[in-house]
Design a protein around this ligand. Sequence first.
Ligand code: ACO
Length: 330
Amino acid sequence: MQPIRTVSIIGTGSYVPEKVLTNQDLEHVVETSDEWIYSRTGMRERHIAADDQAASDLGVEAAKKALADAGIGAEEIDLIIVATLSPDMFFPSTACFVQDKIGAKNAFCYDLGAACSGFLYALDAAKNQIASGAIETALVIGSEKMSTFIDWEDRGTCILFGDGAGAAVLRAGGEGRGIMDAVMGSDGSLADLLWTPGGGSRNPMTHEMLDQKQQYLKMEGRDVFKHAVVRMGDAVLEALEKNGISADDVNCFIPHQANVRIIDAISKRLGVADRMYCNVEKYANTSSAALAIALDEAVKDGTITKGDLVVLTVFGGGFTWGANVLEWGK
Ligand code: ACO
């Protein structure tokens, strides 16, 4: 479905913290090896935020770069959405902290919770606000300090995640078709395959809850793997069909950066291995930031250029998933 007004991404930016944690470093944290991690996931290293950096601080760095890339001032932003599962605090929203730090005094702000799918969901929400004519300009951020919610004694999960942020500035108008369409889906019946069960109103912050380590991310890796492959593949095919596009027409596919084997399985199914973007080796899985960082890198390294058809796809806790089709106009 074409939006009522064309909506384009006019700038992107990303940021990862300075500290690098390699697979070799992890060999000193849990019983694992570089060989095991790389062969199972395609990851070599990840970045870890400093103690005094929260999700908003990572998001601010990415946002500043996206605004500079777009060539606009913070006061021109009407809406800020931060997709995150590691917010600074329950409330106020991380988006409000970002607003204050960048001086976007004319924006209304909220966080969006769709786990690793958050950035794509947020892009769609912002696009629709602009397409409808309600606003002109939005800043969409995916920002995660995953290291806070990881059990560093659980080798099944701690090797998989990293910290970072990515951002995009959306505006009405632009050349080409802009952000064309998205298909999204969720299945709450599978929530317990990937979740952080403690710390909320279901299982509040008590000494007992903390002793049981319920505040950390829990995952059934094999189940998540299978669902991720099927849901992202299906979402891409549905988005292509709905928009009358063949996979051959697409210049670049950017999937959620969770595991190179998941990405390879989707590439094989769609027959698009030559156009599938992957940077999981450098950053591991940065949840809602992963797609945003990959999009920024693909634009900056020249993989995506003006006029290209781009397909984004995500999968995350919930479960949530989606695919987004856009024509790059910058
Ligand atoms: N180092 C060494 N051995 C390990 C490690 C480790 N870090 N972790 C697990 N093992 C062991 C297990 O204990 C098990 O040993 P056993 O056979 O003696 O019991 C063996 O390795 C195999 O474990 P599996 O969990 O079956 O390994 P698998 O091949 O499935 O790989 C992995 C695990 C990498 C987690 C994989 O299932 C995966 O990538 N799943 C998807 C995870 C994911 O992408 N999640 C996020 C997606 S959505 C989002 O981004 C939130």
